[in-house]
Design a protein around this ligand. Structure first.
Ligand code: HEM
Length: 393
């Protein structure tokens, strides 16, 4: 079964971008694994079922190292997400020493303070774009503060990442320039933290030790880049997807307003229902592998569908229904197994706080134009709202 599939470098047909789920359902019903062609002509294999995806995520024959595909990862991308054991375990263990649940819990006041300042800065008398005014700056500010990026540099970083995120839309030279600026910026920041630690995550990472092991400068650079890259637009999309889903489900929004403790369940169900990262990072077969009865030869690119798996009726009752009270919600939105998202708790905490504080301050929030179609982002690598015009009161 072969499909022409557009990835983050290309554009999806409008109707699929707006609502990819019927298309996902068709793919999953037709075959458990599809041969797909990416826009640059690269061939890949797409896994569509929950059970196959979950197994594939932890299959040691599927490598995260691009060297097992066509080319090794360039500098800046040699991080744990692109590595296999034993390197992966080594990098992850070093970072996990700093990125502990206790450390994440200490970020609550930082997140609340950032949300308060953003809400204070919004003029609620006119239409507001939740994404650019709240959902995007919030996680970027939080991750920058965590890493110890001075606030005077946040805007520059935001600009470079915005150019990078617009892959396909931005011309190649702008993209390269943005990437170069980010690398140069983080290199000098790492040198500064090594010379004079300031008690933030990046300073801690320069000093972290596991026996005689530590992170070298190239690894730190990739790590800083990966943390900011993986840790902001994903959360923006989770916040946006949660707000848009609740506004489109008035009865469940009412429940959440009456009992804010339900916001946690709402975020969890949105992770399943509108997964912000619909496909895991690229995997490459190191030997022929049979998945869902389909043999995939060695050195092939495999895409593991998370958003597709999270709508699999074999796994979830009425998967197309958003249901705050779903009891069994073991979704794949943060992956599974050894590459399970290291920022999952932080992402949930940020989204819960962001949505709770928005609704507490503006319980009357509505879509500015309930009849206007929601503008979804391009690409199958992310699911999020481009703009979310709201009336707050
Ligand atoms: C809603 C927000 C987020 C979603 C949906 C998400 C999703 C994911 C997924 C699906 C993976 C596994 C990818 C794979 O197996 O190929 C992953 C890994 C990762 N995530 Fe997240 N993520 C989110 C937020 C964050 C945040 C806030 C951070 C850090 C501040 C972060 C850092 C990472 C890192 C470093 C990895 C690689 C882990 C490894 O390879 O061992 N993520 N994330």
């Amino acid at each position: 079964m072969s499909e022409r599939l557009l990835d983050q470098y290309g554009r999806l047909p409008q109707e699929i971008r707006d609502d990819p789920y019927p298309w996902y359902d068709r793919l999953r019903t037709e075959a458990p694994v599809h041969r797909v062609t990416l826009p640059h002509g690269e061939e890949a294999w797409l896994i569509t079922r929950y059970s196959d995806a979950r197994e594939a995520l932890n299959d040691p024959r599927l490598s995260n190292d691009p060297a097992n595909g066509k080319a090794p990862a360039p500098v800046g991308f040699r991080h744990m997400g692109n590595s296999d054991p034993p390197d992966h375990l080594r990098l992850r263990r070093l970072v996990a020493k700093v990125f502990t649940p206790r450390y994440i819990a200490t970020l609550r006041p930082v997140i609340e303070q950032t949300a308060t300042e953003l809400l204070d800065s919004i003029d609620d008398r006119s239409e507001v774009d939740l994404i650019s005014q709240y959902a995007h700056p919030l996680p970027l500010t939080v991750i920058c503060q965590m890493l110890g990026v001075p606030s005077s540099d946040h805007d520059a970083l935001r600009g470079w990442f915005a150019t990078m995120a617009a892959i396909g839309a931005a011309p190649a030279d702008e993209l390269e320039a943005a990437f170069g600026s980010l690398m140069a910026y983080f290199s000098q920041l790492i040198a500064a933290k090594r010379a004079e630690p300031t008690g933030d995550l990046l300073s801690e990472l320069t000093a972290v030790r596991d026996g005689s092991d530590s992170l070298d400068d190239t690894e730190l650079l990739s790590m800083a880049f990966a943390l900011v890259g993986a840790g902001h637009e994903t959360v923006t999309n989770l916040i946006g997807n949660t707000v848009v889903t609740l506004l489109r489900s008035p009865a469940q929004l009412r429940e959440v307003l009456d009992d804010p403790a339900l916001i946690r369940s709402a975020v969890e169900e949105v992770l399943r229902f509108e997964s912000p990262v619909p496909s895991a990072g690229a995997r490459y077969t190191t030997e022929p592998v049979v998945i869902g009865g389909v043999e995939i030869p060695a050195n092939e690119h495999v895409m593991i569908g998370l958003g597709i798996g999270n709508r699999d009726p074999e796994r979830f009752d009425a998967p197309a229904d958003f249901d705050l009270h779903r009891s069994d919600i073991a979704h794949l939105a943060f992956g599974h197994g050894r590459h399970f998202c290291i920022g999952a708790h932080l992402a949930q905490l940020e989204a819960e706080i962001a949505v709770a504080m928005l609704l507490a301050r503006h319980p009357e929030t509505t879509l500015a134009d309930p009849d206007a179609p929601v503008e979804w982002l391009d690409g199958v690598a992310r699911r999020g709202v481009r703009r979310l015009p709201l009336t707050l009161r």
